[in-house]
Design a protein around this ligand. Sequence first.
Ligand code: ASP
Length: 439
Amino acid sequence: MKKIQNLPLHWQILCGMALGALGGLILQFGQAFLDPFISNSGILSFLTEGLVQINHSVGQVFLRALRLIAVPIVIVSLILGAGQLNDVRAIGRIGIKTAIIYLFTTAMAITIGLLTAILLQPGRFVPQAVRDGLAQAGKSIAQGKIEGAVSPSFWENVVNIVPTNPFSAVVEGNMIQVVFLSLCSGLLLSQVPKAQAKSILDLSEALNSLLIALVTVLMKLSPVAVFCLMLEVTASLGADILGAVFVYCLSVIIGLSVMLFGVYPLLLRGGAGRPFVPFVQAIAPAQLLAFSSSSSAATLPVTMECAEKNLKVSNDVRSFVLPLGATINMDGTALYQGVASLFIAQLYGIDLGFNELLTIVLTATLASIGTAGVPGVGLIMLVIVLESIGLSPEVMAAGLAIIFGVDRILDMCRTTVNVSGDCMVAVLVDHLEQKNKVE
Ligand code: ASP
């Protein structure tokens, strides 16, 4: 036990993940194995369900605690960051650089997703009978997802950045509005006389220390939480469905790997002169938590902590780029939506021309921006991409029914890329800012 506690945190989390996955698999397959030997099989499933429920609850308490501190962390660090800025124009510069790099990496991710699906043709590997069986079985759930999709209106989203009520922005945890509010407050604070700004800055400093102490405690608990989250996921994983759409899953995972291990290292090296391996070591706790929770929003406090302590990204960049990234920058989700759209089209023998592929790039960029950083939303927003290329409601429902059975596992992978992408952009923007200051 002592030995495990002495391991670096990311190894502890990895152990928690591995043990949780193993526990989940034992629960999933152990029940089927023991069933013939036990006369009262009701007891067995009662015990299994009870164990899964306990782990689910512990995992959720942990995620709720993280989400609880996400908004205060963003407010406090932005007020401190912007409030102590000597050069107010810096925020404009950071904003423009961040937006350009976010858009560029998102479009790149979708293109990689499309290319992967064109090369591997995952839709051709599902026999028609299996396709129709899966489509029929998941019909009603797919319908629910389609109804849940709300098409994001670009201008409406722009207008919504400004909250009408500061309290509702905070209460609803609307991250973009919270960022806007805190940024404006911080910037204005830097304009008022120092003596008057001091008390607010001192209070923010004190709150910041408190929140850092809370994140530290939660990070210490994360190996246990990750154990519970992984156990729940693997215990309820549909292994049979995984077999049926294996090449599709493989295509998403290959595309995500190209992004994570190909594009990000190139951008990091080319844009900031930073090697990739130390970068991954620095953000490993955030990546592992993103993988087990499938939520970039819940991972945000840990992402910010890793960016500060391990990547040494300055506060003004970190406190702006990361919350924004957790809300709008979803490279993994965008890539996944590219693969999934082509997969569904291939399943139903629909040929997509260059115009449709371009439409996918544009709508998946918007859909990924509109995707909230919580589990499963990427699949719901996929509806908007499918609608944009003119798939009929029947094909859309059938396609979603076929892929939602494996969505959780792909969500885990894409969320890891989403969080890694945010950190990569934070490093790039920070590097560009430092260069700017030197010049
Ligand atoms: N779960 C993803 C995230 O939190 C969003 C999604 O693709 O569903 O980043």
